[in-house]
Design a protein around this ligand. Structure first.
Ligand code: 0WE
Length: 261
């Protein structure tokens, strides 16, 4: 039996991609890791987001705050070089990044363009492979944990989620193949499939408010989740309590995914 560990992440180094503001799921994950004693690194994309991310990162004494566009191999190379320089290695990778063109998140899926498909798959799915590949040598001998964020639209049709559903399906499958590849290195790879939360990624999505209301109705627990629920599941997944959990997609959705009608 275990005792409860007060600082489960003491001495651990965590890289977090995808904080946009204080409502971000990635920010809640960061706070849980920080409270557990981890040292943190953050990335941001562009100056507008830098102004949001920098104060948050400083409030948790981040060691590294670095620009990174995940569609640029050169950005990823310099990010991981910086981590190797400053930390010598890393233990935790949080991938909380997704993008599709706004016009591909409404209307008919059959109208998805080649370029819209490419960009959604590149930023939302390939970026996990690209970051995991660079994290692998830095996690050598350290029992690493990699977590990405998914959504139920990967498994079943959610109207208007469209190309993001296809990208999240590719992401969840990538989690399994990465878990297989990195397993011998004792690196675990998992996805968290979160219920809808009002974050920046949800802003500007048509009828999101009514979706939240409908989703609350339909869940067995009759309540929507919060970013904090994603943070606490991440803390569990990064801890040794989850040492034999890999390749999984875990739902934090108040039970929504078990429902038929
Ligand atoms: O994965 C997501 C959304 C990710 C996302 C959000 C945006 C908004 C701004 C990806 N690309 C963009 N592109 C933009 O220009 N979610 C799980 C939230 C979400 O998005 C939906 C949902 C839900 C839930 C879109 C349609 C229907 C449901």
């Amino acid at each position: 039996m275990h005792n409860l560990v007060l600082k489960p992440f003491e001495g651990k180094k965590a890289l977090i991609l995808g904080v946009a503001n204080e409502r971000s799921l990635a920010w809640s994950i960061a706070q849980h890791l920080y409270q557990g004693g981890a040292r943190l690194a953050f990335t941001y994309q562009g100056e507008a987001l830098e102004r949001r991310v920098r104060p948050l990162a400083e409030s948790v004494q981040a060691d590294i705050i670095y620009p990174c566009n995940v569609s640029e191999d050169s950005h990823l190379d310099s990010l991981f070089a910086e981590i190797k320089n400053q930390w010598g290695g890393m233990d935790i990778l949080i991938h909380s990044v997704a993008f599709a063109n706004k016009e591909d998140l409404e209307g008919r899926f059959v109208h998805t363009s080649r370029e819209g498909f490419r960009i959604a798959m590149d930023i939302s799915a390939f970026s996990l492979i690209a970051t995991a590949r660079r994290a692998e040598p830095l996690m050598e001998g350290r029992e690493g944990s990699i977590i990405t964020l998914s959504y139920y639209g990967a498994q079943k049709v959610v109207p208007n989620y469209n190309i993001m559903g296809v990208a999240k399906a590719a992401l969840e499958a990538s989690v399994r193949y990465l878990a297989y590849d990195l397993g011998p290195k004792k690196i675990r790879v998992n996805a968290i499939s979160a219920g809808p939360v009002k974050t920046l990624a949800a802003a500007g999505i048509k009828n999101f408010k009514s979706m939240l209301a409908a989703s609350e109705e339909k869940t067995p627990l009759h309540e929507n989740i919060s970013a904090d629920d994603v943070g606490s599941l991440s803390a569990f997944l990064c801890s040794s309590y989850a040492k034999h959990i890999t390749g999984s997609t875990l739902y934090v959705d108040s039970g929504a995914h078990i429902m038929g009608v």
